[in-house]
Structure formats: structure tokens, C-alpha cells
Design a protein around this ligand. Structure first.
Ligand code: HAS
Ligand code: CU
Length: 562
């Protein structure tokens, strides 16, 4: 039975979440190409350099916060429903959706106000050129922070719907192991609840009253620390749903079976434990944080490589199993027997391949000494366009080719465009990201509208200023083309009529090694949450105490209008 017929209510919720996600993707991609052409000097006719930061904030918020959060909410609603074989509690799920959407509209209006001359609204200039990390003392309109708070609270309520479905399932299936997709989803949500405490305190306790003028100062180090307490785990909030796709759907698309359910559970427990006590690796150059706690963050970050390296092993082994079921042979020849002409499969594999590169550039970031070389340079956007921009984004687009037909009951349209799109995205990202990494190594800064590269010497580095500019511009154009191709296929599929049997379904073969091969304690997520909190107290307790010792706003800063 097609998913949309079996679970019509949750299908409608997933469709709504995906529509918001895809609209955010489209607007964010449009801002992206305008930025790329502007800062490479290829074409500067769209915006002034002053408005560049409005676009950059829109690009980051719409793609890194809105596209991701709404797509993940849709994917998780599908995953819980599919694995527990029941509709989600609708009232809770839909209230989460409307809260997140209200928050998104508020934040988007505040951002776009900047393009329309920042008119005064409720006594404050309507603008939010604070970028997606919204560092104080740069100040946005209060609506921006209220919007961010509503998105966070909405996501918390969405998680409640998943837990209610799980508790109801457990009452009917006492002693049963939690089905893997739901296990992955609840561990991700637990990590999300823990990590969003930081940004919720930052926004609700400090930035909203400060932007309203109710408090005169905030301590920028404290608000940055609260942001990065959340800022690293949020990247795993983006990665773990991609891993859910790679572990539980990709093996099926390859014609195989998941190599090891127990390894998958261990990976998600490791992310729950280690994702949050590492945030200082974004603040290696910040003053006021004892070096020892930066070192602890670096050490934890290196441990955090383990779940991803385990993933590389398990996912490739699962895909290889599929290849051999198709008659694949040899040490590597089996790769050729995989369904590279299937858009969902090819997109996920190319996303994984590119994430390997993104992961290794993350390792460079994580080294305290080498980080000084790349911090705040174009290297960092090069890194995160491989990670959230491809590992997550390309996986989300690829799996939509498989999932959207099931939540609409309509056949995928424009298959030839869908087949080409992951490859266009992959080539575009390879060009743009590698040039960004190299430019970063040469010291070219990130977040600048008017960088004059000319005086940067490139001795010893392959490439010249002109070549890097060209690569970033061509790569950006291909990425924009890839986004348009994806949205065109989605629109035609959405608007098509139902008819004929779908070639896809949500039935999954049992893993080669099932949950019965893993200790039951893995499912004890209360234990893992408690340990995660202890690790956080160790990593953050003393530094936060020292920051608070001299008062929550001292040394403070008044708002700097952007
Ligand atoms: Fe990062 C900065 C370190 C992962 C996103 N990161 C950022 C920022 C973002 C971001 C958005 O230590 C910038 C924030 C800002 O604006 O300032 N990052 C890491 C490390 C990892 C890592 C060690 N990052 C991510 C992920 C992201 C993401 C995932 C989004 C989704 N990152 C940093 C650091 C900074 C940073 C510092 C601060 C830099 C600075 O100074 O500002 C690790 O998690 C990476 C582990 C991954 C691997 C790769 C494993 C390979 C796999 C591939 C499997 C293959 C498959 C298919 C499935 C070791 C899993 C195979 C294909 C075949 C053909 C067989
Ligand atoms: Cu990080």
C-alpha cells in the first residue's frame, strides 16, 4: 500500500513541511548565486555591497536553519510513522508546524526589511543583517529573535509528537527493541533538546530584552558561548537525518540490506553523548575562555570523528552488499553494478562521497593550532558547503525523488532531469568548495562583500586570483542550476495527476545483523542523556561560571545597529 493511502494525515503534514523547506531552498539558492557573482566580481548589478549582508543573512538563515529544520521535520514524521506503523498525534504535530512557520515568517520579514530601507516597525528599524550566527553586539530587529525562538520551540513540540508515538507503541509492544528509524529520531531529538538550551537562553534571556531596550548591555563572549554551545550540535542535527537516510534507505536502494543495526545504534548514542561538549572549537581565538577548556573541546571533537568513520564503514559495507546481490564482483568492480542511474541512489552516494572531503576539512578545522590559519577565512564556507551544503542538502534532494512520490501518490516527473541533477550539484560544489578552501589557505576572508584578492600572494598554491574567482562563480552557477532542476522536478511531480503503480515503496528488508545482536542497554536513552549532561557540565561548567562571575552583562556592549 502506498504511504499516502496508508497514512493520509501524516502524509499531509510531511507535504506541508516539505513545501516550506523547498520554498526556503529556492529563495536561499537565489541569494546564493547573487552573492557568488557579486563577491567574485563577475556581476555586481544585483545588489550594493551594503545590501550584500542582508542577502548573506537570508542565504544562511533560509538554507541552514529553515530548509534544514522543515525538511528534517518532514523526514522524521515519515520515519516515525513508517517504523512504528501509526499516524503521528496530529494536534501536537500541526501546532509545531504552525509555530515554526510563524517564526520563519517573522525572521524572514526582519531580514528582508533591510532590502526595503529598514523601515521603523514598533520603534525599531526592521532589519537583521546579523548573519545566521547573529553575533551580538550586532543587533537585529526584535522580530528576528522572536522568530528564532518560535522556530526552536516549534521544533521541541515536533519532537514531543515523536516521543508520544513511541510511548504509545512501547505500551503495546512491551520488551520490543525500538525500531531503528525511531531510535535514530529520538536520539537526534534528545541531542537537539540538550543543545538548544544554549541558544534558547541566549535569545530569550539576553537578545530579545536587549533588542527591545529592556536591558542596556549584553556580554558578547557569553552570548557567543551560548550560541556555540548550540552551534556545533546543530550541525549534527543536520547530519543525523542524512545518516538515517544512508543507513536505513540507501542499502535498500542499492538492492542490499543494512550491514549492522547495532553499529548504527552505537553511532547515534555517540552523537548524543559527544555533540554538545565541543562548541569551543568554534571559539579557539576567542579571549576569555581558558585554553584548557578549548583543549577539552578539541579532544572531544577528535573523538567525534569516530561515529562518522563508523558510518563510512557501515554504509559502504551495506551498499557493497547490494552491489554483490546485483552480481557485482572484485575489490572495486562491484561499484559499477550499482544503480547510478537512479536519482535517489546516485544523489545519496555523491553526497556521502563529498562528505568524506567535508569531514576531513572538518578535522583540519578542529586542530587548535592549524585552526588559527583557517578561522574566519573562506576555508570555513568551503567546509560547510561540503557538509550542510551537500551531505545534508544533496541527500535531502536525492531522497525526495524517492519519498515525494510516496507522500503524494504521484510518479516522479522529468526523470531525466532528476537523474542529471545530483551530478550537476556534485560538479558545481566540487568547483566552488575547492576554490574556497584554497582561497582560505591564502588568507582570503569570509563574510566580505568587497574582498580585493589582488594583493593576496598565491606563491606555492596552485591557482591564481582570477582562476579562483572563476571557479567559485562557475561552481555557484552550477549549484543554482542544480537547485532549479530539483525544484522543477518537485513542482511537476507535485502538480501531476495520480495514476499507475509507483515503482517505490516504504518496505524495508531486515538488516544483516539485527538489534538482537546488540545489548539492550543501547536503547536506554535516559542513561545516555544523563551521561551527555555530565560531559557538558565538565566541558562548560567552569568556563561559564568564570564568565558569569563578573556579572551577566559585564564586560557588556550596547547594541550596534547593523
Ligand atoms: Fe564543521 C565549522 C569541525 C562536521 C557544518 N562546520 C563549521 C561551520 C558549519 C559546519 C556550518 O573544529 C561554520 C559555522 C560558522 O559559520 O562559523 N565539522 C568539524 C568536524 C566535523 C564537522 C571535526 N560541520 C560538520 C558537519 C556539518 C558542519 C557534518 C554540517 C552538516 N566545523 C568544524 C570546526 C569548525 C567548523 C572546528 C570551526 C571552524 C572555524 O574556525 O570557524 C566532523 O563531524 C567530520 C567527521 C566526518 C568524517 C568523514 C566520514 C565520511 C563519511 C562518508 C561516507 C561515505 C558514503 C558514500 C556514505 C571524518 C561518513 C561513499 C561513496 C562511495 C562512492 C563508496
Ligand atoms: Cu563545530
Amino acid at each position: 500500500m502506498v504511504f499516502v493511502d496508508e497514512y493520509p494525515k501524516t502524509s499531509k503534514l510531511v507535504r506541508s513541511e516539505f513545501i516550506v523547506a523547498f520554498v526556503a531552498l529556492g529563495i536561499g539558492a537565489l541569494f546564493g548565486i547573487v552573492q557568488a557573482l557579486h563577491r567574485t566580481g563577475m556581476f555586481r548589478g544585483f545588489v550594493s555591497s551594503a545590501d550584500y549582508y542582508t542577502l548573506l543573512t537570508g542565504h544562511g538563515v533560509l538554507l541552514a536553519l529553515v530548509f534544514t529544520t522543515f525538511f528534517i521535520a518532514g523526514l522524521f514524521a515519515w520515519g516515525v510513522t513508517n517504523s512504528l506503523e501509526r499516524e503521528l498525534p496530529q494536534r501536537i504535530a500541526w501546532s509545531a508546524f504552525w509555530l515554526m512557520l510563524t517564526g520563519t515568517v517573522l525572521a524572514a520579514v526582519a531580514i528582508l526589511g533591510g532590502v526595503f530601507g529598514a523601515p521603523s516597525v514598533f520603534g525599531h528599524d526592521l532589519e537583521a543583517d546579523v548573519l545566521f550566527t547573529f553575533y551580538a553586539p550586532m543587533k537585529a530587529h526584535p522580530a528576528f529573535y522572536v522568530g528564532a525562538a518560535l522556530i526552536i520551540v516549534g521544533s521541541w513540540i515536533a519532537g514531543l509528537a515523536y516521543f508520544k508515538a513511541l510511548w504509545a507503541w512501547r505500551a503495546e509492544n512491551p520488551g520490543e527493541r525500538i525500531p531503528l528509524k525511531t531510535f535514530m529520531i529520538v536520539t537526534t531529538m534528545l541531542m537537539w533538546y540538550i543543545s538548544t538550551i544554549g541558544v534558547a537562553v541566549e535569545v530569550v534571556v539576553f537578545l530579545i530584552p536587549w533588542s527591545l531596550g529592556l536591558i542596556s548591555q549584553v556580554d558578547p563572549l557569553l552570548t557567543r558561548t551560548l550560541f556555540w554551545y548550540f552551534g556545533h550540535p546543530v550541525v549534527y542535527f543536520w547530519l543525523m537525518p542524512a545518516y538515517l537516510v544512508w543507513y536505513t534507505i540507501l542499502p535498500k536502494l542499492a538492492g542490499g540490506r543494512l550491514f549492522s543495526d547495532p553499529l548504527a545504534r552505537i553511532v547515534f548514542v555517540l552523537f548524543l553523548l559527544l555533540s554538545t561538549p565541543v562548541g569551543f572549537h568554534h571559539q579557539y581565538v576567542d579571549p576569555g575562555i581558558p585554553e584548557g577548556f578549548k583543549f577539552i573541546a578539541m579532544t572531544n571533537t577528535m573523538f567525534l570523528l569516530l561515529p562518522s568513520l563508523l558510518t563510512a564503514f557501515t554504509v559502504v559495507a551495506s551498499v557493497e552488499h547490494g552491489a554483490r546481490q546485483r552480481g557485482g564482483e572484485g575489490y572495486f568492480n562491484w561499484l559499477r553494478s550499482l544503480p547510478w542511474g537512479e536519482p535517489a541512489f546516485a544523489g545519496c552516494m555523491l553526497a556521502g562521497l563529498m562528505f568524506a572531503a567535508g569531514g576531513f576539512s572538518g578535522m583540519i578545522n578542529a586542530g587548535m593550532n592549524i585552526n588559527y590559519l583557517i578561522h574566519n577565512t573562506l576555508w570555513v564556507p568551503g567546509h560547510f558547503h561540503l557538509t550542510v551544503g551537500t551531505a545534508f542538502a544533496l541527500t535531502a534532494m536525492a531522497i525526495s525523488y524517492w519519498l515525494v512520490p510516496q507522500i503524494t501518490g504521484k510518479k516522479l516527473q522529468r526523470r531525466s532531469v532528476a537523474i542529471a541533477q545530483p551530478y550537476v550539484w556534485f560538479v558545481g560544489m566540487a568547483l566552488m568548495s575547492n576554490a574556497m578552501h584554497r582561497a582560505g589557505l591564502a588568507g582570503i576572508p569570509r563574510r566580505t562583500a568587497e574582498p580585493t584578492y589582488d594583493e593576496f600572494a598565491f606563491e606555492g598554491l596552485v591557482g591564481t586570483v582570477a582562476e579562483m574567482r572563476l571557479q567559485i562563480a562557475i561552481g555557484g552557477l552550477l549549484l543554482f542550476l542544480g537547485a532549479v532542476m530539483f525544484l522543477a522536478v518537485m513542482a511537476e511531480t507535485w502538480l501531476a495527476h495520480r495514476g499507475g503503480r509507483l515503482s517505490v515503496n516504504s518496505d524495508f528488508p531486515a538488516p544483516l545483523s539485527g538489534p538482537e545482536h546488540s545489548p539492550r542497554i543501547l536503547d536506554n536513552y535516559k542513561l545516555w542523556t544523563a551521561i551527555a549532561l555530565v560531559l557538558i557540565v565538565i566541558a562548560y561548567g567552569p568556563p561559564l561560571a568564570s564568565m558569569l562571575a563578573d556579572g551577566v552583562t559585564m564586560p557588556g556592549s550596547p547594541p550596534i545597529p547593523v
